[in-house]
Design a protein around this ligand. Structure first.
Ligand SMILES: *Cc1c(COP(=O)(O)O)cnc(C)c1O
Length: 218
């Protein structure tokens, strides 16, 4: 059985799989596509744009990396979900470009849950404060549909668990206060290495590269 099917068969039905295809060739992506997969994640704007041009049009492209505002224009025509909104200014630019393209773009807010300072995202406090404004009125061309977070890169499973647990608590709070414009909110957490803990802690979308495609050449 392929690595892809092995990953897929162990996922609970309510958990969606984003196959993280950054650095992979169109041929490698097509092999997984031909097994029936349609959701792929990229973390570089130009790479996403170029792959979207070359590969089948029914692929759902997710943007999962840090997004610079001057690169938003490259992904807006083909992206279906941006996981990594980490500032109000970025959201503003996505809204502006989406409007210019006549689109409404689904986004997740990225929350900084890890102990490492290198990771991006809103703090919980910053996001709560940001969401006090009327997002639907101010940014009519984006639709907030959930949260994303990356745990600390560590062997300490208890730390990973507590970070994911905290993110799920914020997620539930924001659902209860009506902050997401969808009936099926998304909690994107878990990669190859920590997906088991993430799913235990309430993830309903995992982003997996290595377990599907093998180790990346850096
Ligand atoms: C690369 C990446 C992943 C996938 O990582 P793997 O360890 O290859 O599964 C998930 N999320 C983000 C944001 C990434 O950049």
């Amino acid at each position: 059985m392929s690595a892809y099917l092995n990953v897929l068969k162990e996922l609970p039905e309510h958990v969606q799989l984003v196959a993280v295809s950054k650095t992979r060739t169109p041929e490698e992506i097509l092999a997984v596509y031909n097994e029936g997969h349609r959701i792929f994640g990229e973390n570089k704007a130009l790479e996403l744009r170029d792959k979207a041009e070359q590969l089948p049009k029914d692929i759902e492209w997710h943007f999962i990396g840090h997004l610079q505002r001057n690169k938003v224009k490259y992904i807006v025509p083909s992206v279906s979900l941006i996981h990594s909104i980490d500032s109000g200014r970025l959201l503003e630019e996505v809204n502006r470009r989406a409007a210019a393209n006549g689109k409404i773009i689904d986004v997740l807010f990225q929350i900084h849950i890890a102990k490492e300072s290198a990771k991006f995202g809103f703090s919980e406090i910053e996001l709560r404060e940001f969401l006090e404004q009327d997002i639907a009125e101010k940014f009519p061309n984006i639709r907030p549909v959930g949260l994303m977070g990356m745990a600390t890169h560590t062997e300490d499973d208890d730390l990973i668990r507590s970070e994911f647990h905290g993110l799920n608590e914020l997620f539930t709070e924001l659902i209860d206060s009506g902050k997401f414009r969808t009936s099926t909110p998304i909690l994107s957490m878990g990669m190859s290495i920590d997906r088991g803990i993430a799913i235990d802690e309430g993830s309903n979308m995992v982003r997996i590269g290595t377990s599907i495609f093998g180790p990346r050449q850096l």
